[in-house]
Write a protein that binds this ligand. Sequence first.
Ligand SMILES: NC(=O)c1ccc[n+]([C@@H]2O[C@H](COP(=O)([O-])OP(=O)(O)OC[C@H]3O[C@@H](n4cnc5c(N)ncnc54)[C@H](OP(=O)(O)O)[C@@H]3O)[C@@H](O)[C@H]2O)c1
Length: 283
Amino acid sequence: MAAQLMPGAPVAEAVFADLEPRIKALDRPPGLATILVGDDPASAGYIRQKQTKAAELGLYSAHEHLPADASQADLLAVVKAFNDDDAVDAMLIQHPIPKHLDYEAALLQVDPDKDADGLHPMNLGRLVLSIPGPVPCTPAGIEALLAHYEVPVAGSNVVIVGRGFTLGRPLALILSQKRPTANAAVTVVHTGVPDWPEYTRRADILIVAAGVPSIVTPEHVRPGAVVVNGGLNYEGRRIVPDVDESVAEVAGWITPRVGGVGVTTVAMLMRNAVEAAERRQGR
Ligand SMILES: NC(=O)c1ccc[n+]([C@@H]2O[C@H](COP(=O)([O-])OP(=O)(O)OC[C@H]3O[C@@H](n4cnc5c(N)ncnc54)[C@H](OP(=O)(O)O)[C@@H]3O)[C@@H](O)[C@H]2O)c1
């Protein structure tokens, strides 16, 4: 029997419905700035999605598109300008950036209170300490997705494939926190664990964030498990997820090939931007 689908759209709609009155209650629209370096079509597409949603919600958008050969100094100058701009409450640098640039060094220059992605070391530190602050968007969206579909996470055996700093690693922190929508036993596997299928086959909830097309196939999944695909890969214009489509034949619940965690990621970005504005306006 095919798995039940867990689309991200209803989760995102619930987040937007919560944000709308909060946006209206502010003295001025929350400002979200985006920085794109280079001409990667996937990155440009992600930025367009974020700007479109920001406009629909009535946010003020600022954008800087730097050429692929921009210098680190050019990038830092844009970050500084957005740090100093009172109309900007939150900003993001679209990741990845060209290889000659240092993403982490640029991220360190972002005002942590304007960190829309929740990836500044100050905010990752807040996450470790369970102090409120901007939380990384994709992992926060996965927690919201599981909560929305009433997946029992607390006490469950969660396995995450991948320890990348935007997804797998912060997700492990989030899902092991002590609250009803988390509180799980979390295992993270990666290339240092060659027998990772031994772990994934025992997972109640399997979350895949490796960035390897179809790395997870039915034999890696416990029948009836909840499977969340976080990995997106492009073969030409076609999106190939980390979770092979055939996994739907064994899983109990699964995210769709498109319209899963990408949608909830944008919702969490909007939430981080609105909360940054609320903080800056003393709400
Ligand atoms: N939907 C969204 O909004 C969103 C947001 C962020 C990321 N993503 C997607 O999520 C994926 C991961 O992103 P990331 O930034 O976390 O990437 P990353 O930093 O490259 O991390 C990938 C992780 O997967 C592990 N891995 C790779 N190949 C493996 C293999 N064959 N066996 C076991 N583990 C393997 C790596 O292990 P090692 O650490 O040992 O190298 C690493 O920990 C990408 O496809 C990305 O596009 C999606």
